[in-house]
Write a protein of this length. Structure first.
Length: 439
Protein backbone atom coordinates (compact mmCIF):
# COMPACT_ATOMS: atom_id res chain seq x y z
CA UNK A 1 0.00 0.00 0.00
CA UNK A 2 1.28 3.47 -0.88
CA UNK A 3 2.13 5.79 1.99
CA UNK A 4 1.77 9.56 2.36
CA UNK A 5 3.22 11.61 5.20
CA UNK A 6 2.22 15.09 6.38
CA UNK A 7 5.25 17.11 7.44
CA UNK A 8 5.89 20.72 8.35
CA UNK A 9 6.89 22.97 11.17
CA UNK A 10 4.88 23.02 14.38
CA UNK A 11 1.34 24.35 14.52
CA UNK A 12 0.62 24.77 10.79
CA UNK A 13 -2.45 22.51 10.82
CA UNK A 14 -1.08 19.04 9.99
CA UNK A 15 -3.24 17.31 12.59
CA UNK A 16 -6.35 19.21 11.52
CA UNK A 17 -5.68 18.10 7.95
CA UNK A 18 -5.15 14.51 9.08
CA UNK A 19 -8.47 14.58 10.93
CA UNK A 20 -10.16 15.97 7.83
CA UNK A 21 -8.86 13.04 5.74
CA UNK A 22 -9.10 10.24 8.32
CA UNK A 23 -12.42 8.55 9.09
CA UNK A 24 -11.37 6.33 11.98
CA UNK A 25 -8.26 7.65 13.72
CA UNK A 26 -8.22 11.18 15.10
CA UNK A 27 -5.13 13.24 15.83
CA UNK A 28 -5.01 15.54 18.82
CA UNK A 29 -5.56 19.21 17.91
CA UNK A 30 -4.69 21.99 20.31
CA UNK A 31 -3.59 25.58 19.79
CA UNK A 32 -0.15 25.01 21.26
CA UNK A 33 3.16 24.06 19.68
CA UNK A 34 4.48 20.53 20.07
CA UNK A 35 1.22 18.75 20.92
CA UNK A 36 1.83 15.96 18.38
CA UNK A 37 4.89 13.95 19.40
CA UNK A 38 4.31 10.44 18.07
CA UNK A 39 3.11 9.84 14.55
CA UNK A 40 -0.32 8.34 13.96
CA UNK A 41 -1.76 6.84 10.80
CA UNK A 42 -4.90 5.62 9.09
CA UNK A 43 -5.92 4.15 5.73
CA UNK A 44 -7.61 6.68 3.43
CA UNK A 45 -9.79 5.61 0.49
CA UNK A 46 -10.10 7.94 -2.48
CA UNK A 47 -11.44 7.23 -5.99
CA UNK A 48 -10.80 3.48 -5.83
CA UNK A 49 -7.34 4.04 -4.37
CA UNK A 50 -6.29 3.28 -0.81
CA UNK A 51 -3.20 4.65 0.88
CA UNK A 52 -1.78 4.97 4.36
CA UNK A 53 -1.75 8.54 5.66
CA UNK A 54 0.70 9.47 8.42
CA UNK A 55 0.52 12.54 10.64
CA UNK A 56 3.94 13.47 12.01
CA UNK A 57 5.15 15.78 14.74
CA UNK A 58 6.43 19.26 13.94
CA UNK A 59 9.82 19.05 12.25
CA UNK A 60 12.57 21.22 13.70
CA UNK A 61 15.90 20.94 11.91
CA UNK A 62 17.79 22.52 14.80
CA UNK A 63 16.44 20.84 17.94
CA UNK A 64 18.12 21.46 21.27
CA UNK A 65 16.29 19.03 23.54
CA UNK A 66 17.08 15.32 23.25
CA UNK A 67 13.36 14.46 23.07
CA UNK A 68 12.92 16.59 19.93
CA UNK A 69 16.07 15.13 18.40
CA UNK A 70 14.46 11.72 18.81
CA UNK A 71 11.22 13.00 17.27
CA UNK A 72 13.17 14.36 14.30
CA UNK A 73 14.88 11.04 13.71
CA UNK A 74 11.54 9.23 13.69
CA UNK A 75 10.19 11.63 11.08
CA UNK A 76 13.30 11.18 8.93
CA UNK A 77 12.89 7.40 9.13
CA UNK A 78 9.25 7.72 8.10
CA UNK A 79 10.03 9.99 5.13
CA UNK A 80 12.43 7.36 3.84
CA UNK A 81 9.62 4.77 3.91
CA UNK A 82 6.80 6.75 2.26
CA UNK A 83 5.94 7.35 -1.39
CA UNK A 84 4.66 10.94 -1.22
CA UNK A 85 5.43 13.85 1.12
CA UNK A 86 2.90 16.63 1.78
CA UNK A 87 4.64 19.72 3.13
CA UNK A 88 1.99 21.64 5.09
CA UNK A 89 2.62 25.39 5.45
CA UNK A 90 0.73 28.31 6.99
CA UNK A 91 -0.72 30.49 4.25
CA UNK A 92 -1.43 33.41 6.57
CA UNK A 93 2.15 33.53 7.86
CA UNK A 94 3.53 33.28 4.32
CA UNK A 95 6.90 31.77 3.48
CA UNK A 96 9.12 31.75 6.55
CA UNK A 97 12.74 30.69 6.86
CA UNK A 98 11.86 27.32 8.39
CA UNK A 99 9.67 26.50 5.38
CA UNK A 100 12.61 27.18 3.05
CA UNK A 101 14.89 25.01 5.18
CA UNK A 102 12.37 22.17 5.22
CA UNK A 103 11.85 22.41 1.45
CA UNK A 104 15.61 22.10 0.85
CA UNK A 105 15.84 19.30 3.40
CA UNK A 106 13.11 17.26 1.68
CA UNK A 107 14.87 17.44 -1.67
CA UNK A 108 17.50 15.09 -0.30
CA UNK A 109 14.99 12.24 -0.09
CA UNK A 110 14.11 12.24 -3.81
CA UNK A 111 10.39 11.84 -3.08
CA UNK A 112 7.41 13.56 -4.74
CA UNK A 113 6.53 16.60 -2.62
CA UNK A 114 3.19 18.45 -2.62
CA UNK A 115 3.03 21.83 -0.89
CA UNK A 116 -0.32 22.25 0.92
CA UNK A 117 -0.85 25.92 1.74
CA UNK A 118 -3.25 25.81 4.68
CA UNK A 119 -5.80 28.43 5.83
CA UNK A 120 -6.58 29.48 2.25
CA UNK A 121 -10.01 30.62 3.46
CA UNK A 122 -8.26 33.76 4.79
CA UNK A 123 -7.62 36.62 2.35
CA UNK A 124 -4.02 36.95 3.54
CA UNK A 125 -3.35 33.32 2.63
CA UNK A 126 -4.81 33.84 -0.85
CA UNK A 127 -2.46 36.78 -1.36
CA UNK A 128 0.52 34.66 -0.25
CA UNK A 129 -0.33 31.55 -2.29
CA UNK A 130 1.89 32.22 -5.31
CA UNK A 131 4.81 33.10 -3.06
CA UNK A 132 5.04 29.46 -1.96
CA UNK A 133 6.38 28.47 -5.38
CA UNK A 134 9.64 29.87 -3.97
CA UNK A 135 9.95 26.57 -2.13
CA UNK A 136 10.89 25.00 -5.47
CA UNK A 137 8.08 22.50 -5.93
CA UNK A 138 5.74 22.36 -8.89
CA UNK A 139 2.63 21.23 -7.05
CA UNK A 140 1.32 23.97 -4.73
CA UNK A 141 -2.31 23.66 -3.59
CA UNK A 142 -4.21 26.10 -1.40
CA UNK A 143 -6.44 24.30 1.13
CA UNK A 144 -8.35 24.85 4.32
CA UNK A 145 -8.02 21.93 6.74
CA UNK A 146 -10.60 23.45 9.05
CA UNK A 147 -13.28 24.16 6.44
CA UNK A 148 -12.47 21.42 3.92
CA UNK A 149 -11.66 23.71 0.98
CA UNK A 150 -9.84 22.06 -1.97
CA UNK A 151 -9.29 18.84 0.00
CA UNK A 152 -10.42 16.84 -3.06
CA UNK A 153 -7.74 18.57 -5.15
CA UNK A 154 -5.13 17.60 -2.60
CA UNK A 155 -6.28 13.97 -2.57
CA UNK A 156 -6.19 13.87 -6.37
CA UNK A 157 -2.64 15.21 -6.32
CA UNK A 158 -1.54 12.58 -3.78
CA UNK A 159 -2.90 9.70 -5.87
CA UNK A 160 -1.39 11.07 -9.11
CA UNK A 161 2.00 11.39 -7.38
CA UNK A 162 2.16 7.72 -6.38
CA UNK A 163 5.18 6.24 -8.20
CA UNK A 164 3.37 2.94 -8.76
CA UNK A 165 0.24 1.04 -7.89
CA UNK A 166 1.56 -1.37 -5.33
CA UNK A 167 -0.08 -4.77 -5.45
CA UNK A 168 -0.74 -6.24 -2.06
CA UNK A 169 -2.65 -9.21 -0.73
CA UNK A 170 -5.73 -8.37 1.24
CA UNK A 171 -4.70 -8.16 4.88
CA UNK A 172 -6.21 -10.57 7.31
CA UNK A 173 -8.63 -8.79 9.57
CA UNK A 174 -6.82 -7.60 12.65
CA UNK A 175 -8.23 -7.80 16.11
CA UNK A 176 -7.40 -4.79 18.22
CA UNK A 177 -5.54 -4.48 21.50
CA UNK A 178 -5.13 -1.34 23.60
CA UNK A 179 -2.61 -0.82 26.38
CA UNK A 180 -4.37 1.23 29.06
CA UNK A 181 -3.11 2.49 32.40
CA UNK A 182 -1.77 5.35 34.45
CA UNK A 183 1.12 7.44 33.10
CA UNK A 184 4.59 5.91 33.24
CA UNK A 185 3.65 2.28 33.92
CA UNK A 186 5.54 1.04 30.85
CA UNK A 187 2.92 0.92 28.10
CA UNK A 188 5.18 2.48 25.48
CA UNK A 189 8.16 0.34 26.51
CA UNK A 190 6.09 -2.81 26.15
CA UNK A 191 4.81 -1.78 22.73
CA UNK A 192 8.36 -1.12 21.53
CA UNK A 193 9.50 -4.53 22.76
CA UNK A 194 6.67 -6.33 20.99
CA UNK A 195 7.23 -4.41 17.75
CA UNK A 196 11.02 -4.73 18.07
CA UNK A 197 11.38 -1.04 17.23
CA UNK A 198 11.22 2.36 18.94
CA UNK A 199 7.64 3.07 17.82
CA UNK A 200 6.51 4.92 20.94
CA UNK A 201 8.54 7.64 22.60
CA UNK A 202 9.77 6.45 25.99
CA UNK A 203 10.68 8.87 28.74
CA UNK A 204 10.71 8.99 32.53
CA UNK A 205 8.53 12.10 32.21
CA UNK A 206 4.89 11.13 32.72
CA UNK A 207 2.67 12.11 29.80
CA UNK A 208 5.21 11.64 27.00
CA UNK A 209 2.65 9.66 24.99
CA UNK A 210 -0.07 12.13 24.10
CA UNK A 211 -2.07 10.29 21.45
CA UNK A 212 -3.26 6.75 20.86
CA UNK A 213 -0.86 5.24 18.32
CA UNK A 214 -1.37 1.89 16.62
CA UNK A 215 0.73 -0.68 14.77
CA UNK A 216 -0.07 -4.11 13.35
CA UNK A 217 1.99 -7.22 13.99
CA UNK A 218 1.55 -10.80 12.82
CA UNK A 219 1.65 -13.57 15.39
CA UNK A 220 1.28 -17.04 13.89
CA UNK A 221 -2.00 -16.89 11.95
CA UNK A 222 -3.31 -13.75 13.62
CA UNK A 223 -2.92 -10.10 12.67
CA UNK A 224 -2.94 -8.01 15.85
CA UNK A 225 -3.30 -4.24 15.95
CA UNK A 226 -1.70 -2.86 19.11
CA UNK A 227 -2.51 0.62 20.36
CA UNK A 228 -0.45 2.52 22.92
CA UNK A 229 -2.59 5.10 24.71
CA UNK A 230 -1.87 8.19 26.81
CA UNK A 231 -1.76 7.60 30.54
CA UNK A 232 -5.09 8.10 32.29
CA UNK A 233 -4.97 9.95 35.60
CA UNK A 234 -7.70 10.34 38.17
CA UNK A 235 -10.33 12.79 36.99
CA UNK A 236 -9.68 15.13 39.90
CA UNK A 237 -6.07 15.50 38.72
CA UNK A 238 -6.95 16.15 35.08
CA UNK A 239 -7.06 19.92 34.96
CA UNK A 240 -5.22 20.96 31.81
CA UNK A 241 -7.10 21.05 28.50
CA UNK A 242 -4.32 19.09 26.80
CA UNK A 243 -4.53 16.22 29.28
CA UNK A 244 -8.29 16.07 28.95
CA UNK A 245 -7.73 15.50 25.24
CA UNK A 246 -5.25 12.75 26.09
CA UNK A 247 -7.86 11.03 28.25
CA UNK A 248 -10.42 11.24 25.43
CA UNK A 249 -7.92 9.64 23.03
CA UNK A 250 -7.37 6.75 25.45
CA UNK A 251 -11.08 6.14 25.97
CA UNK A 252 -11.72 6.30 22.23
CA UNK A 253 -9.05 3.62 21.73
CA UNK A 254 -10.63 1.52 24.49
CA UNK A 255 -14.05 1.57 22.84
CA UNK A 256 -12.52 0.71 19.45
CA UNK A 257 -10.59 -2.31 20.81
CA UNK A 258 -11.44 -5.96 21.22
CA UNK A 259 -9.08 -6.64 24.13
CA UNK A 260 -7.75 -4.28 26.80
CA UNK A 261 -4.37 -4.87 28.41
CA UNK A 262 -4.52 -2.96 31.69
CA UNK A 263 -0.98 -2.25 32.84
CA UNK A 264 -0.21 -1.49 36.47
CA UNK A 265 3.00 -0.71 38.30
CA UNK A 266 4.13 -3.72 40.34
CA UNK A 267 6.07 -1.49 42.70
CA UNK A 268 2.80 0.10 43.84
CA UNK A 269 1.22 -1.44 46.91
CA UNK A 270 -2.26 -1.86 45.50
CA UNK A 271 -4.55 -1.21 42.59
CA UNK A 272 -5.93 2.31 42.71
CA UNK A 273 -9.53 3.30 42.14
CA UNK A 274 -8.81 4.60 38.65
CA UNK A 275 -7.35 1.27 37.57
CA UNK A 276 -10.30 -0.63 39.03
CA UNK A 277 -12.79 1.70 37.35
CA UNK A 278 -11.01 1.15 34.04
CA UNK A 279 -11.18 -2.61 34.56
CA UNK A 280 -14.90 -2.66 35.28
CA UNK A 281 -15.68 -0.16 32.54
CA UNK A 282 -13.82 -2.22 29.94
CA UNK A 283 -15.01 -5.66 31.05
CA UNK A 284 -18.53 -5.10 32.38
CA UNK A 285 -19.77 -1.99 30.57
CA UNK A 286 -17.99 -2.23 27.20
CA UNK A 287 -17.69 -6.06 27.21
CA UNK A 288 -14.06 -6.07 26.10
CA UNK A 289 -11.60 -8.86 26.67
CA UNK A 290 -9.34 -7.97 29.59
CA UNK A 291 -5.81 -8.90 30.66
CA UNK A 292 -4.13 -7.49 33.75
CA UNK A 293 -0.38 -7.02 33.27
CA UNK A 294 1.75 -6.14 36.29
CA UNK A 295 4.92 -4.44 35.03
CA UNK A 296 8.16 -3.70 36.90
CA UNK A 297 8.14 -7.08 38.60
CA UNK A 298 11.90 -6.58 39.08
CA UNK A 299 11.03 -3.81 41.56
CA UNK A 300 8.43 -5.81 43.45
CA UNK A 301 9.17 -6.72 47.04
CA UNK A 302 7.51 -9.47 49.05
CA UNK A 303 5.52 -6.73 50.78
CA UNK A 304 4.34 -5.32 47.42
CA UNK A 305 3.34 -8.75 46.24
CA UNK A 306 1.44 -9.54 49.44
CA UNK A 307 -0.41 -6.22 49.34
CA UNK A 308 -1.39 -6.73 45.68
CA UNK A 309 -2.54 -10.29 46.34
CA UNK A 310 -4.73 -9.13 49.22
CA UNK A 311 -6.24 -6.50 46.94
CA UNK A 312 -6.92 -9.15 44.31
CA UNK A 313 -8.73 -11.27 46.91
CA UNK A 314 -11.02 -8.32 47.65
CA UNK A 315 -11.89 -7.93 43.95
CA UNK A 316 -11.84 -11.62 43.09
CA UNK A 317 -15.26 -11.41 41.41
CA UNK A 318 -13.37 -9.67 38.58
CA UNK A 319 -9.82 -10.98 39.00
CA UNK A 320 -10.99 -14.63 38.89
CA UNK A 321 -12.34 -14.06 35.38
CA UNK A 322 -9.22 -12.52 33.81
CA UNK A 323 -5.59 -13.59 33.35
CA UNK A 324 -2.93 -11.83 35.41
CA UNK A 325 0.65 -11.75 34.11
CA UNK A 326 3.71 -10.36 35.88
CA UNK A 327 6.31 -8.93 33.50
CA UNK A 328 9.34 -6.69 33.47
CA UNK A 329 10.03 -4.52 30.44
CA UNK A 330 13.46 -3.89 31.90
CA UNK A 331 14.59 -7.51 32.31
CA UNK A 332 12.29 -9.09 29.71
CA UNK A 333 10.64 -11.39 32.25
CA UNK A 334 7.53 -13.12 30.82
CA UNK A 335 7.33 -10.76 27.81
CA UNK A 336 7.28 -13.83 25.55
CA UNK A 337 4.11 -15.06 27.29
CA UNK A 338 2.04 -11.98 26.48
CA UNK A 339 1.24 -12.50 22.79
CA UNK A 340 0.22 -16.16 23.30
CA UNK A 341 -1.96 -14.99 26.19
CA UNK A 342 -3.55 -12.29 24.01
CA UNK A 343 -4.17 -14.91 21.33
CA UNK A 344 -5.80 -17.20 23.91
CA UNK A 345 -8.09 -14.43 25.20
CA UNK A 346 -9.06 -13.54 21.63
CA UNK A 347 -9.95 -17.18 21.00
CA UNK A 348 -12.20 -17.09 24.07
CA UNK A 349 -13.76 -13.76 23.04
CA UNK A 350 -14.58 -15.12 19.57
CA UNK A 351 -15.80 -18.53 20.70
CA UNK A 352 -18.83 -20.01 18.98
CA UNK A 353 -21.09 -22.11 21.20
CA UNK A 354 -23.48 -24.89 20.33
CA UNK A 355 -26.90 -23.45 21.13
CA UNK A 356 -28.36 -26.79 22.23
CA UNK A 357 -25.45 -27.30 24.67
CA UNK A 358 -25.93 -23.80 26.06
CA UNK A 359 -29.66 -24.39 26.47
CA UNK A 360 -29.10 -27.65 28.34
CA UNK A 361 -26.55 -25.96 30.59
CA UNK A 362 -28.60 -22.89 31.52
CA UNK A 363 -32.08 -24.43 31.60
CA UNK A 364 -30.63 -27.36 33.52
CA UNK A 365 -29.04 -24.90 35.93
CA UNK A 366 -32.51 -23.57 36.80
CA UNK A 367 -33.71 -27.12 37.44
CA UNK A 368 -30.77 -27.82 39.76
CA UNK A 369 -31.14 -24.47 41.49
CA UNK A 370 -34.50 -22.78 40.94
CA UNK A 371 -34.38 -18.98 41.06
CA UNK A 372 -37.21 -16.72 42.14
CA UNK A 373 -38.22 -13.10 41.93
CA UNK A 374 -40.72 -12.25 44.66
CA UNK A 375 -41.92 -15.87 44.69
CA UNK A 376 -42.14 -15.94 40.89
CA UNK A 377 -40.18 -18.82 39.38
CA UNK A 378 -37.69 -17.76 36.73
CA UNK A 379 -37.92 -19.71 33.48
CA UNK A 380 -35.74 -19.85 30.36
CA UNK A 381 -37.43 -21.14 27.21
CA UNK A 382 -34.75 -20.65 24.57
CA UNK A 383 -31.01 -19.93 24.47
CA UNK A 384 -28.92 -18.96 21.48
CA UNK A 385 -25.69 -17.11 20.79
CA UNK A 386 -26.33 -14.02 18.65
CA UNK A 387 -22.79 -12.66 18.43
CA UNK A 388 -19.15 -13.33 19.19
CA UNK A 389 -16.54 -10.79 20.28
CA UNK A 390 -18.10 -10.06 22.62
CA UNK A 391 -19.85 -13.35 23.25
CA UNK A 392 -23.53 -12.35 23.36
CA UNK A 393 -26.19 -14.81 24.46
CA UNK A 394 -29.92 -14.21 24.05
CA UNK A 395 -32.27 -15.67 26.63
CA UNK A 396 -35.98 -15.95 25.90
CA UNK A 397 -37.60 -15.87 29.36
CA UNK A 398 -40.94 -15.59 31.11
CA UNK A 399 -40.29 -12.03 32.36
CA UNK A 400 -37.17 -10.00 31.49
CA UNK A 401 -37.43 -7.71 34.52
CA UNK A 402 -37.03 -10.66 36.88
CA UNK A 403 -33.54 -11.47 35.59
CA UNK A 404 -31.31 -9.02 37.45
CA UNK A 405 -27.50 -8.84 37.87
CA UNK A 406 -27.34 -11.61 40.49
CA UNK A 407 -29.38 -14.02 38.36
CA UNK A 408 -27.29 -13.30 35.25
CA UNK A 409 -24.14 -13.73 37.34
CA UNK A 410 -25.35 -17.26 38.15
CA UNK A 411 -25.75 -18.11 34.46
CA UNK A 412 -22.35 -16.62 33.71
CA UNK A 413 -20.82 -18.77 36.43
CA UNK A 414 -22.38 -21.87 34.86
CA UNK A 415 -20.85 -21.04 31.50
CA UNK A 416 -17.41 -20.30 32.95
CA UNK A 417 -17.46 -23.52 34.98
CA UNK A 418 -17.96 -25.57 31.80
CA UNK A 419 -15.95 -23.56 29.25
CA UNK A 420 -12.59 -21.81 29.42
CA UNK A 421 -13.65 -18.18 29.06
CA UNK A 422 -10.77 -16.53 30.94
CA UNK A 423 -10.37 -12.91 29.88
CA UNK A 424 -13.58 -12.87 27.84
CA UNK A 425 -16.66 -10.90 28.80
CA UNK A 426 -20.10 -12.52 28.48
CA UNK A 427 -23.09 -10.39 27.58
CA UNK A 428 -26.71 -11.44 28.01
CA UNK A 429 -29.66 -10.11 26.02
CA UNK A 430 -33.11 -10.79 27.48
CA UNK A 431 -36.39 -11.12 25.66
CA UNK A 432 -39.80 -12.01 26.98
CA UNK A 433 -41.42 -15.01 25.35
CA UNK A 434 -44.30 -14.21 23.06
CA UNK A 435 -47.19 -16.49 22.27
CA UNK A 436 -45.78 -17.68 18.95
CA UNK A 437 -42.45 -18.91 20.28
CA UNK A 438 -41.97 -22.53 21.14
CA UNK A 439 -40.90 -23.23 24.67
Amino acid sequence: MNKVILVGRMNVGKSTLFNRLSDRVKSMVYDFEGVTRDHIKDVVNWNNDSFELIDSAGLNLKPRESLYKEINQKIIDLIQEVDVVVLVVDGIAGVVSIDLELANFLRGFNKPVIVAVNKIDANKAKENLLDFYRLGYEKVIGISSEHGLAINDLLDAMVVAFPNKRSHEEEKKAFKISFIGKPNVGKSSLMNILLKQERSLVSDVAGTTREAIAEKINFYQDCIEITDTPGIRRSCVVTEDLEQLMVKAAFRALKDSDIIVLMVDGSDKALVDQELKLSFYAFKDQHKGLILVINKSDLMTEENKEDLTEGFDYYNYLIDKIPVLEISCKTGKNIGKLLPLIQKVWSNCSRTFDDSELARLLIGGLIDKPLYHKRNLLKIYKVNQVRKSPVTIKLVVNESAWFGPSQLAYFEKLIRSKYDMVGASIKFVLRKKNGNEKG
